[in-house]
Design a protein around this ligand. Structure first.
Ligand code: AMP
Length: 187
């Protein structure tokens, strides 16, 4: 049973590593990005609200993603653990998550941060744009996503470092090597 947060800039390989870890520990991968992309695809009210922020590479309003996580963590499959992939991304989201976990009477095990230098990220994101055709993987949007990450999400590293739950992993290397490093850290 593990309750984890995966952090790291866009393009750090968070999603890929999250999948490996979730298969290994048999816990659900909760990606706010995936949930939002599905909502956009199916044209729900939430999707319509989120779409313009996502296409511009901006963060979707805190209230929307906090609502998503509040519902999702109450679902039955989360009772044996979970991995949050791409949430929280702001201090307000982290505070809301803290309150939610207290309400549910549970605690986080670890916050994993995958660190990758900015120069490598742009290249990886542009490569992904070609492979996956994501609407928000163009150069201008990528720059905005990185700027948002640096201003709004990076402060969360200190937030979790102070709580003693941050585990920092070098995100450069092969997929297998990085997965091995994460598993070693998680024990
Ligand atoms: P991702 O797949 O995690 O890179 O997320 C894709 C996009 O979804 C982001 O660029 C944001 O527009 C939106 N998004 C995903 N998670 C969050 C979050 N926790 N807070 C705000 N916006 C989010």
């Amino acid at each position: 049973m593990k309750r984890l947060i995966f952090m790291g800039p866009p393009g750090a390989g968070k999603g890929t590593q999250a999948k490996i870890i979730c298969d290994d520990y048999k816990i659900p991968q909760i990606s706010t990005g995936d949930i939002l992309r599905n909502a956009v695809k199916s044209g729900t009210e939430m999707g319509l609200k989120a779409q313009k922020f996502m296409e511009a590479g901006d963060l979707v309003p805190d209230s929307v993603v906090i609502g998503i996580i509040g519902e999702r963590l109450r679902e039955k499959d989360c009772s044996t653990g979970f991995l949050l992939d791409g949430f929280p991304r702001t201090i307000e989201q982290a505070d809301a998550l803290g309150k939610l976990l207290t309400e549910l009477g549970i605690k986080l095990d670890s916050v994993i941060n995958l660190a990758v230098p900015d120069a490598d990220l742009v290249k990886r994101l542009l490569d992904r744009a070609i492979k996956e055709g994501r609407a928000d993987d163009n150069e201008e949007t990528i720059k905005n996503r990185l700027a948002n990450y640096n201003s709004k999400t990076l402060p969360l590293l200190d937030y979790y470092r102070k709580k003693g739950s941050l585990r920092e992993i070098d995100g450069l290397g092969s997929m297998q090597d990085i997965a091995a490093k994460i598993k070693k850290e998680l024990g």
